[in-house]
Design a protein around this ligand. Structure first.
Ligand code: ADP
Ligand code: MG
Length: 337
């Protein structure tokens, strides 16, 4: 649905050049929910604006639904843009128009006749659960309702692709989940490909199929959400995962554990279908006993993963053999004594 090939985008700022996006290559498949996560200033908004041609690449190509948008003139971009819906953090609704008026706006721009517009607006408001609020004004709605209007408006002309730039960042956690469930419904029931831009790993965990981690303009990791959560490969990804999954002891936890436990401490990564339990069951034969002192197992995309920190006691040779067996199957880190 969307392909970036070696895309860079720089902005001249005075005599300096700011690199917002650097050599990004990624593919967003039709029908998936793809998340792009990064800290503020990582280049996320620039990246989405390159998809709908609101920004032009400095180098590389962006292909949307088979069309190389980097080669198009402004007038040829217009039909491409009409196939892309977008929602925003601050909703960007017209305060002077009713809910129905806001949703009808893109239809009006696209030249739909009045009679057809009304039916389409009613259908859209029903879909987002605001059938009763057609005559309300945005100021009379909660944040979650405003974003529902934003989603209805974005879907008005039946786009194949929906771009959501920090679309839940102004909402409380509960409302965030409601809006995310609606985006999931948009994806599943209407088959719309959804690109979610966020700085919150919880959003990624809640709805995305795959995720790209953006760090200072570069994609440093790109994989299924399960893979990134259960086996983050970069420090940036580990930090994002650490904001929602707290299965690994912090350095403060380790100091406390060290003070309270005299045995060897190891942290083992656990994944569904792994052999950690079976291997630990053989510890006694090696003269080794173990105690679980920290950890947690979570589930994601119907598979479990997590990590366990163990205190191992017994002869060093036995412990070393046990660690060797574990390391054949999973990552194990020993905490320095
Ligand atoms: N129009 C612009 N002019 C100059 N610098 C810009 C412009 N747009 C974005 N930038 C810079 O590019 C970088 C990435 O910005 P942005 O894409 O907004 O990041 P994010 O959405 O991840 O917070 C930042 O350093 C930002 O200051
Ligand atoms: Mg942004």
């Amino acid at each position: 649905m969307v392909r970036f090939d070696g895309v860079s985008k720089t902005f001249p700022v005075g005599k300096q050049t700011v690199v917002a996006v650097e050599n990004v290559s990624l593919t967003i498949e039709q029908g998936e929910i793809f998340a792009i996560i990064g800290y503020s200033g990582a280049g996320k908004s620039t990246l989405v604006r390159l998809i709908n041609g609101l920004e032009r690449v400095t180098s590389g190509t962006v292909t949307v639904d088979g069309v190389d948008v980097t080669a198009l003139s402004e007038s040829k971009l217009r039909p491409v843009r009409s196939g892309i819906g977008m929602i925003f953090q601050q909703f960007n609704l017209f305060r002077s128009r009713t809910v129905a008026g806001n949703v009808a706006y893109p239809l009006k721009v696209a030249g739909w006749p009045r009679e057809k517009r009304a039916a389409r607006v009613a259908e859209l408001l029903e879909f987002v659960g605001l059938g009763e609020r057609a005559r309300s004004y945005p100021d009379q709605l909660s944040g979650g309702q405003k974003q529902r209007v934003g989603i209805a408006r974005a879907l008005a002309t039946s786009p194949k692709l929906l771009l959501a730039d920090e679309s839940t960042s102004a909402l409380d956690p509960e409302t965030t989940q409601e809006v995310l469930r609606l985006l999931q419904k948009v994806n599943r029931e209407l088959g719309v490909t959804v690109v979610v831009i966020t700085h919150e790993m919880d959003v990624v965990r809640s709805i995305a199929d795959r995720v790209a981690v953006l760090d200072r303009g570069r994609v440093v990791e790109q994989d299924t959400v399960f893979e990134v959560f259960s086996n983050p490969k970069t420090e940036t990804a580990r930090r994002f995962v650490g904001t929602v999954i707290r299965d690994r002891p912090t350095s403060g936890d380790l100091t406390r554990l060290r003070a309270n436990h005299s045995g060897r401490l190891v942290t083992a990564q656990v994944r569904e279908g792994g052999r950690v339990g079976a291997i630990l069951a053989g510890a006694a034969e090696l003269g080794v006993s173990f105690e679980i002192v920290y950890g947690g197992i979570s589930a994601l995309q119907d598979r479990s993963f997590g990590s366990l920190t163990l205190e191992l006691q017994g002869p060093d040779a036995g412990i070393d053999t046990l660690l060797l067996r574990l390391r054949e199957h999973t990552d194990v880190e020993e905490v320095a004594a």
